[in-house]
Design a protein around this ligand. Sequence first.
Ligand code: 8X3
Length: 252
Amino acid sequence: MRKRTIFITGATAGFGLATAHLFAKNNWKVIATGRRLQRLEKLQNDYPEGIIHIAKMDLTKHADIKNTIANLPDDFKIVDCLFNNGGLALGLNPIPNIREEDWRIMVETNILGLIYTTQQMIPLLKNAGKGASIINVGSVAARFAYPGGNVYGATKAFVSQFSYNLRTDLAGSNIRVTELAPGMAKSEFMQVRTYGDKQANEDFYKGVEPILPQDIANIVWWLANQPAHININLIELMPLCQVPGKPEIIRK
Ligand code: 8X3
């Protein structure tokens, strides 16, 4: 039987990296993409040859996405799962004290990167036959408002509607589509959002027990292994310490 293959964006850290390890350990092949090549190489070196294909790919660069997918080696051209994980939040300031550049990067990464990757990957997912899936990382911020969430939350609302619309376009095909919408998670997310402010990052996670990358990897695994006739439309999760409303985070 052929080994199944997962294509992951943002595989250098957090959800993407944990998912790459989980799938590789469970006999899948992994196409790991991201901006930081050294981290991808480290991941690749953890496994025997032929298990992990890596590609430096920046989601804000349409040409990068096209080239990565067009140049996949022959034995990575059948893809069973596309994990559209790459995305980011930049800044937490309420409007109007924002950096316009942050908004542009979030829109380019979370929206344009997602749609171009998906478009290019559909033929490879069709190659897989029954049970292929696309899993798009959304966020609770798509549905719950908080100050400073402005454009970030709106890009994730895009992910949500895009996922549903994609399902209708792909109806009758072999491809399932899921929106996976986590809340507060322990990853580089908050460090990126605060421009690398390690203190802000530590403070943010003080006295809380957030979602861990491994938790998300386990859900991706479960989704990708559902029977072929089942489409899970949406999974939304929060850590127990996060509650929609005020205060949003309950600290011990
Ligand atoms: C990230 C979730 O709750 O930090 O998408 O906005 S939250």
